[in-house]
Ligand binder design. Structure first.
Ligand SMILES: [Zn+2]
Length: 447
């Protein structure tokens, strides 16, 4: 018996000794199988998440508040029906009808961008600023009529919903650069009548009534420490009309003056976060909180120079370089251009990953809340975009990533367009109330 026990123990021991080799082989096979199953289920999970995200994206109202395709339209004769993605195409763009549809877009704000050069341009040279805005508005109008199977003009939040239900894309307009009104509230009112529904108070130039962030260090520019009295009047008139006030491009002090003056929530039509990329074009956390208090919305700009901290620093240095060269060669724009091209070639930086773009959305959500962020692509107005957001057809990637990060369908819809629609409706309500009180008082604005 004892022997038998001894034998059994010995056998067990021997088996135990043999186990590691058998065990390793079995374990490896089991692990491989588990890994394969895991990979398969991961692929299945990924595919089902992608399918769910794509459906949510199609079911949502997707709004982009800043698209500069209008510049290739006016400068190079680009037609939205052309294929701007074709490698053989003469004009390459981030935007065309085909890719707007592929991106699941429901509403686009075309930028009526008035370059500062038009401020002092003679009529014979195509000036001035209001004329440039009119030329661009006319072009958008023509494109909407020409492509009426896809596009339809919209001027209210309700228009956007109605047009989206039909499966078409709502076409809206925002003026970029307050100098476009040539200091006339009458011009402002007429731009509203033509369909303009927001105005960016400045571009990179300080105008006669609002400071821009871009030329604050230029001693030759007369600054106002934010908004002048007339500037505050412009904001109040925009409130009265129901035209959204856009604080992208303005100096920080201008922003706070707008927040103090505006009765309606305001937008930043294409701005990102300064805490993540230190560029004065971006909004500080304090500004994000002030915007949330105002019930407004910041629409994230996709330009990698405003997203990626390294590139933002480079962009600020580029700006200083450009200023210095302009001072050195005041009458030689060609030389300035050549020197800048050399500088750009010597200061290349690689691509920006998609996650960097996402961090800006997440940052606003953390600092200001889910109700205060949206899409302000700046497509066709910027030289480089992050990986995975190379053109307007890539918009669904945003929904996929938000879903991956665990946001609810309702929250994702807010980011894609509902936040902007809320602010637009609110601007319309403030306008109705202001005009109703004027009728009661019979005191129409006459300025
Ligand atoms: Zn801009």
């Amino acid at each position: 018996m004892l022997n038998l026990i001894r034998f059994s123990v010995a056998l067990c021991f021997a088996v135990a000794l043999m186990l590691p080799s058998f065990g390793n082989a079995n374990l490896a096979a089991t692990n491989r199988k588990a890994r394969d199953m895991n990979n398969n289920s991961q692929t299945r999970d990924e595919a089902s998440l992608r399918a769910r995200a794509e459906k949510l994206h199609r079911d949502s109202i997707v709004v982009d508040t800043h698209n500069d395709i209008t510049t290739p339209m006016i400068e190079e004769g680009f037609d939205l029906g052309m294929d701007g993605a074709d490698p053989k195409a003469k004009i390459k763009t981030h935007t065309d009808l085909k890719r707007m549809k592929a991106g699941g877009l429901d509403a686009e704000f075309f930028a009526i961008y008035v370059d500062k050069i038009f401020v002092n341009k003679a009529t014979a040279d195509g000036g001035g600023a209001a004329r440039r805005a009119l030329d661009m508005i006319s072009l958008v109008d023509e494109q909407v009529r020409k492509h009426s199977d896809v596009l339809e003009a919209a001027t209210t939040a309700e228009d956007i919903r109605r047009i989206a239900r039909k499966g078409k894309i709502a076409a809206l307009m925002g003026i970029e650069g307050g100098h476009a009104i040539e200091d006339s509230l009458h011009a402002l009112r007429m731009f509203y009548k033509l369909g303009v529904r927001y105005m960016t108070l400045t571009h990179t130039n300080t105008n006669n009534w609002a400071d821009s962030e871009a030329d604050l260090n230029n001693p030759n520019v007369k600054h106002h420490n934010g908004l002048t009295d007339f500037g505050r009047g412009v904001v109040r008139e925009m409130n009265r009309l129901g035209m959204m006030v856009d604080v992208s491009h303005v100096a920080d002090k201008t922003f706070y003056d707008v927040i103090e003056t505006s009765k309606a929530p305001v937008i930043a039509s294409h701005s990102s976060c300064r805490a993540l990329a230190n560029h004065t074009r971006n909004m500080t956390d304090d500004m994000l909180r002030a915007l949330a208090k105002n019930k407004g919305v910041v629409m994230i700009n996709f330009y990698d120079g405003f997203l990626d901290s390294r590139k933002a620093e480079l962009a600020m240095r580029r700006r200083t370089m450009q200023d210095e060269l302009t001072k050195t060669y005041p009458n030689d724009a060609k030389r300035v251009n050549e020197e800048m091209q050399k500088w750009n070639a010597a200061n290349q930086s690689g691509t920006t990953p998609f996650s960097v773009l996402m961090e800006h959305f997440i940052h606003v959500i953390k600092v200001a809340g889910i109700d205060h962020v949206g899409i302000g692509s700046d497509f066709d107005g910027v030289p480089a975009l992050p990986e995975g957001m190379e053109d307007i057809s890539k918009l669904p990637n945003l929904t996929i990533e938000l879903m991956k990060r665990g946001y609810s369908d309702a929250d994702i819809k807010k980011v894609l367009g509902e936040n902007l629609l809320r602010v637009m409706s609110q601007a319309e309500r403030v306008s109705r109330e202001t005009q109703a009180s004027e009728v009661n008082k019979r005191s129409f604005s006459t300025r």
